[in-house]
Design a binder for this molecule. Sequence first.
Ligand SMILES: CC(C)(COP(=O)(O)OP(=O)(O)OC[C@H]1O[C@@H](n2cnc3c(N)ncnc32)[C@H](O)[C@@H]1OP(=O)(O)O)[C@@H](O)C(=O)NCCC(=O)NCCS
Length: 158
Amino acid sequence: MTHLTCMPCTSAHLPAIVALEQRIASYPWQDSLFQDELRPQWQQQSLHYVWLAPDGCVVGFIFCRALIADEWWLLNIGMDPRLRQQGWGERLLRQVMQQSAQRGGESMLLEVAASNRPAQRLYEKCGFVVIGIRKNYYHHTGRQDDALVMQCTLPQTL
Ligand SMILES: CC(C)(COP(=O)(O)OP(=O)(O)OC[C@H]1O[C@@H](n2cnc3c(N)ncnc32)[C@H](O)[C@@H]1OP(=O)(O)O)[C@@H](O)C(=O)NCCC(=O)NCCS
């Protein structure tokens, strides 16, 4: 099994993250959205990490931020397809759930495309449940999809 190293994300990782996002996401974030999340003003209320392969390449990432006081949002997560279904995504998610709870977070929320079953299964495994649906929330190159809003109560899931 490949050994990956977890590191806090910095702006130096962004070009590789954006390239990975373009390859893997159905509704990809643009470069500016990732850059925005790394702004110093969010530092106290955000958590972002990357998985690095032994050669230093970025092969996974997670972005999470407290949007309102004790309410944290999982904003984005992605793994290189070659390293999926080996537990790396779940480890990243559980790490930010634990750290956001330590920072006083009481709940974590996220939006996920209704068609994205692998991600939904990951979230369900980590204790998230669907609390709402945003109709036709995602639009990209002629496709559209509903978003499921999922939530978990942080202390109960650790
Ligand atoms: C969602 C994603 C990050 C999961 O990463 P991963 O490293 O493959 O996930 P893990 O190996 O940690 O899997 C953890 C759990 O998620 C679920 N899961 C992950 N991939 C799955 C799949 N293809 N089918 C069904 N369940 C899946 C399983 O419950 C799994 O636990 P198990 O192995 O004990 O059954 C990855 O599929 C990905 O990058 N997808 C593209 C980007 C994306 O959709 N991001 C989410 C945006 S909201």
